[in-house]
Design a protein. Structure first.
Length: 146
């Protein structure tokens, strides 16, 4: 074991980097076979069986390296609360939704004078819903932060 080769800050940095990579590996793995349909998007995986096999083998290899490094440097598993991830995602989404208002759209050209009364209420409602979703995911029925 070589945990003593890293100071605590270095150890934390290595763990965070590996954790993020491991999370992305899980996301890639899910996307290999995803069939998902929204109102404005459709995600359909078109990977050949050979591609799927290659990607899965590489993911397995990467996970083994992560396991080896975790053991070698005595990195601890972080127990995560999905509410924190939801909070972060919806915070970023809220910022993007603010760009739906008519005023920011001026950056893309002249705005029809009738547009604000039509689009701004939608933008306000979606931004409000994002904030409410964020709150619902991070607070229990008594309003306490989880």
């Amino acid at each position: 074991m070589h945990a003593q080769l890293l100071n605590e800050n270095q150890k934390r940095s290595v763990a965070v980097t590996l954790r993020l990579f491991e999370e992305r590996l899980a996301e890639v793995e899910r996307m290999m076979t995803v069939q998902e349909r929204g109102v404005l998007y459709e995600r359909v995986a078109h990977f050949t069986p050979r591609q799927q096999e290659q990607v899965r083998a590489l993911i397995d290899e990467a996970r083994q390296v992560i396991r080896d490094m975790a053991r070698e440097f005595q990195l601890e598993r972080e127990v995560q609360n999905p509410a924190r991830r939801i909070f972060g995602l919806l915070s970023i989404t809220w910022e993007s939704l603010e760009e739906l208002h008519s005023k920011p759209l001026r950056a893309y050209g002249a705005v029809d004078p009738r547009l604000p009364e039509v689009i701004d209420p939608y933008a306000e409602k979606l931004a409000r819903l994002a904030v409410e979703l964020r709150h619902a995911a991070t607070h229990d029925e008594n309003g306490k932060n989880e």
